[in-house]
Write a protein that binds this ligand. Sequence first.
Ligand code: ADE
Length: 248
Amino acid sequence: MKFDIVTIFPRMVEAGLAEGVVGRGIERGLLDVKVHDLRAYTTDRHRTVDDVPYGGGPGMVMKPEPLARAVDDIACRRGTPGAVVLLSPQGRPFTQGEAVRLSRLSHVVLLCGRYEGVDDRVRTTVATDELSIGDYVLSGGELAALVVVDAVSRLVPGVVGDAQSVEEDSFSRGLLDCPHYTRPPEFAGQKVPGVLLSGHHEEVRRWRKMTALRRTLERRPELLTSAALDEEERAMLEKIRQEQEREP
Ligand code: ADE
């Protein structure tokens, strides 16, 4: 899978790509990630990427031409991308579902905004999507682009060694994950739940489902309205709800 990231801070993005799952995916040739310095697509002596806002007001606005030129050049040299994503707090929320959608494309371009914002004509003429990684304001789209590359890369076959662990990840089924434990069996006065030491695979499986559902109901109940629950999970949820009615 190919990613092209356009930014005024290429080193910041490169540092984030060098380690971990994404770094290994790149080393192993499963991911092809190129970082582009937006200033290389300017034409003036000062390599200007921003300008004052029409209508006045504080801060600067990113000019459209360098971003448009960068995307044209990427399309020429690397092929037409399946999506050109503008990262901004005004975007559609980036969810696991969006990550799955992007992972089915073979080439994604990510545009990192900075300053007060990006000239809106980038959204309407250059980008195909505008995504936000959450309801908070970052100083730029770089960290958001790294978040998107990370979440999408995990879904590219082979990037995460254990495919089962990706399938069972929190959110891959629309639920929060169950709690995890490793040795020692007791830590800070807290024992590992006995069922996990019992060796009863079927009971462990049921315990994990129950705790995942309980956590989701307690912490993120809104997720349950769109989660695809199987029959067993629906029955478990009913049981948990009854428990909670008895002892709220
Ligand atoms: N740029 C600034 N804040 C952002 C956010 N929350 N998501 C994506 N891009 C951003």
